[in-house]
Write a protein of this length. Structure first.
Length: 252
């Protein structure tokens, strides 16, 4: 009998599975690239595939009738895009777009739902992520209403930083405005203030983190709450790799 294999990639849901469960899923996992601004799911579109992100970040956007949009969730290597499919949803309720390019493992949505129904380990891993994502969305709603643009900007940069392996992230004015729910002029002013404070370097289309500790001091309480939820109370519960214990980022 073939020996069961442990998943060795970066996705936290797959990494939480026992080898025998991963072996049952692995033949259905297709490696793909995620390009900047790629639409993964559109509102009311059929959910044909789910995506276990290994690198990069997906942004969950709510789009209004006038075309304005705001970010209500973020998914990186801690989770999957299309989680509602395992709960029986045939269509997407949100617009999901790639905000930081990377890679993912794509799987047929029906096959993923079957694995969810059949395996307690798969259910536990997916439900833990779904709960964290629901809490993140609720925290974001409160944050968008109660905190300043500067605090929210710092929080967003830190959340993205938790999910990637680089201090440099591609980001346009337009996309930042959508994610923060502000005008582009507001992004320009806020990015300029953070850059003058030495916390980031901002060029059109790119943000470089210079001082992570300073960003944490600038961010609202929501970042600490989000970070603790996603890090868990023990190493085995971590949904994202812990970057807070490394030496402070300080770019020249």
């Amino acid at each position: 009998m073939p020996r069961a294999s442990r998943y060795t990639g970066r996705n936290r849901i797959l990494a939480a599975l026992p080898p025998e469960d991963f072996d049952r899923l692995s033949p259905a996992l297709e490696p793909i690239s995620l390009s900047l601004r790629q639409v993964i799911h559109d509102v009311s579109s059929l959910i044909e595939h789910v995506y276990f992100i290994e690198q990069g970040v997906g942004s969950i956007l709510t789009i209004m009738a006038d075309g304005s949009a705001i970010e209500v969730g973020m998914i990186g290597s801690e989770g999957m895009v299309g989680v509602s499919a395992v709960f029986g949803s045939a269509t997407s309720g949100q617009h999901v777009i790639v905000q930081i390019p990377g890679t993912a493992l794509r799987m047929d949505a029906a096959r993923c739902k079957a694995a969810f129904d059949e395996s307690a380990a798969v259910r536990m891993a997916v439900l833990r992520f779904a709960t964290a994502l629901m809490n993140l969305s609720a925290q974001t709603a409160a944050c968008n209403r109660l905190h300043s643009i500067e605090q929210r900007f710092a929080r967003w940069v830190l959340m993205a930083h938790d999910r990637i392996q680089s201090d440099i992230m591609p980001m346009t004015h337009e996309f930042l405005a959508s994610m923060l729910g502000v005008r582009r002029a507001g992004v320009t002013v806020t990015a300029g203030e953070l850059q003058r404070s030495g916390l980031i370097r901002y060029h059109p289309g790119q943000i470089t983190i210079r001082d992570r500790d300073g960003l944490q001091a600038t961010a609202c309480e929501c970042y600490r709450i989000d970070h603790e939820r996603f890090m868990g109370s023990s190493q085995d519960q971590h949904l994202v790799p812990d970057r807070s214990s490394r030496s402070p980022t300080r770019a020249a």
